[in-house]
Design a protein around this ligand. Structure first.
Ligand SMILES: *Cc1c(COP(=O)(O)O)cnc(C)c1O
Length: 418
């Protein structure tokens, strides 16, 4: 028997075997299927240890040095450390590491800069905008007047002419750049120039590429945007959570918008884990990782095209690929289901041509597992075979199990005797 410390804590197994089995089952699932969900990653044992630390017990409303609760000595040190590391990592004047999620970060950014009813220009949801970019099912669409820009139907690239024209026509209070599915770098200087022209704030919702930015593998929005929102759990490989970066001029407004306006007590164990992840992301090893993520995505995109999938924008600059499986005679949702049965886990996403669903893949998790270009080629071939029906679900599942067995996401250590 071998165990993974933290992930398979003995105390939990003894006290609650039912729940322990569920957690082991999830670890087994993550270890024996291919994680191509573009928003997921394998966070380190050190990050998981911080999440499972005594700070999980601590109430800490407010900010370091100005808390509404007693006993915040260590919580304050932990949060100051996380803030300093975030600022150093991204070269930002101010960081707020309290947002509970990426969506909470965006909500706070809007609260800091806007009033209900203000006009906001953002990438439309059919083109890869996030729910918080004006979905009628989300607070954003209900409380603000969103205008959506799109991508060119032919190239799949953001339609810069349309962005400028809509900004001139609608005079938005804020412009949002950032997406859940756009595979190319975003031209932050362009968005800055449009925002300046119409007197709008620029909010970069960089949840996806922020890990690449940390590793120097993607351009940073920090010099251009008034406020940068991000998650810490995507390519950045930290705990689930959000953060906001901004200039010193907006620091107080952003902090007040997070607490007390949109959140209560900070989750100090998560903030501690964010600090661990920021330190990891500042290492040369992480920079090498971030660059490999992009190399892997480029190779995977090219090989998927060879397999006959229609890759949106013809490739990628990032960890993220969107592709239409229609040329193989299978629609996006069906494709996702067939791949899931084979143990290949990915998401559907909107495609630039309205109505159709495509596949969204990312290389952050498989790269953390140590996979390289050769493995990306193997994944593309496997995907093609499954989608064309050349391998049945059980055969493909067996191949994925054997394949992933060579790349365990967490090192196993022998269990202590007795
Ligand atoms: C992931 C993401 C979010 C939301 O993050 P959650 O932690 O799921 O709330 C917001 N915006 C963009 C662009 C994202 O990619």
């Amino acid at each position: 028997m071998s165990v993974i410390p933290v992930l398979e804590a003995d105390v939990l197994r003894r006290q609650d075997p039912e729940l322990a089995d569920i957690l082991s089952g999830e670890l087994e699932r993550q270890s024996t299927t291919l994680q191509l969900n573009a928003a997921e990653n394998f966070t380190s044992p050190a990050v998981l240890a911080a999440l499972g630390s005594a700070l999980a017990n601590k109430y800490a409303e407010g900010y370091p040095g100005a808390r509404h609760h007693g006993g915040c000595e260590m919580a304050d040190v932990a949060e100051r450390l996380a803030v300093r590391r975030a600022k150093d990592l991204f070269g930002a004047e101010h960081a707020n590491v309290q947002p509970h999620s990426g969506s909470s970060a965006v909500l706070a950014a809007y609260a800091a800069l806007l009033r209900p009813g203000d006009t906001v220009l953002a990438l439309g949801l059919p083109y890869g905008g996030h729910l918080t970019h004006g979905s009628p099912a989300n607070f954003s669409g209900r409380w603000f007047d969103f205008v959506g820009y799109g991508v060119d139907a032919e190239t799949g690239l953001i339609d810069h002419l349309q962005v400028r024209a809509l900004a001139r026509a609608h005079r938005p209070k804020a412009i949002v750049c950032g997406s859940i599915a756009y595979p190319r770098h975003i031209d932050y200087a362009f968005f800055r120039s449009v925002a300046d022209e119409v007197g709008a704030y620029l909010i970069a919702d960089a949840a996806h590429p922020m890990g690449l930015v940390a590793g120097g593998a993607a351009p940073s929005p920090v010099p251009y945007a008034d406020v940068v929102c991000a998650t810490t759990h995507k390519v950045l490989r930290g705990p689930r959570g959000g953060m906001i970066l901004c200039g010193g001029d907006l620091a107080r407004r952003v902090d007040r918008a997070v607490f007390p306006f949109t959140q209560g007590g900070a989750q100090m164990h998560t903030i501690a884990a964010k600090a661990v992840a920021f330190a990891e992301a500042a290492t040369p090893a992480f920079a090498a990782y971030a660059h490999q993520v992009v190399v892997n995505a480029r190779v995977l995109a090219a090989r998927l095209a060879d397999e006959g999938l229609d890759v949106v924008t013809g490739g990628t600059d990032t960890h993220l690929i969107t592709a239409d499986p229609a040329p193989l005679g299978v629609e996006g949702r069906t494709a996702r289901g067939r791949l899931a049965a084979a143990g290949i886990v990915l998401d559907c996403c909107a495609l630039p041509h309205a109505g159709a669903r495509g596949l969204r893949l990312g290389t952050a998790a498989v790269t953390t597992q140590g996979m390289g270009q050769g493995e990306m080629e193997r994944i593309a071939v496997l995907l093609g075979k499954v989608l064309r029906g050349e391998l049945d679900g059980a055969e493909a599942r067996e191949e994925v199990r054997e394949f992933t067995g060579g790349f365990p996401p967490y090192p196993r250590v022998p269990a202590a005797p007795g």
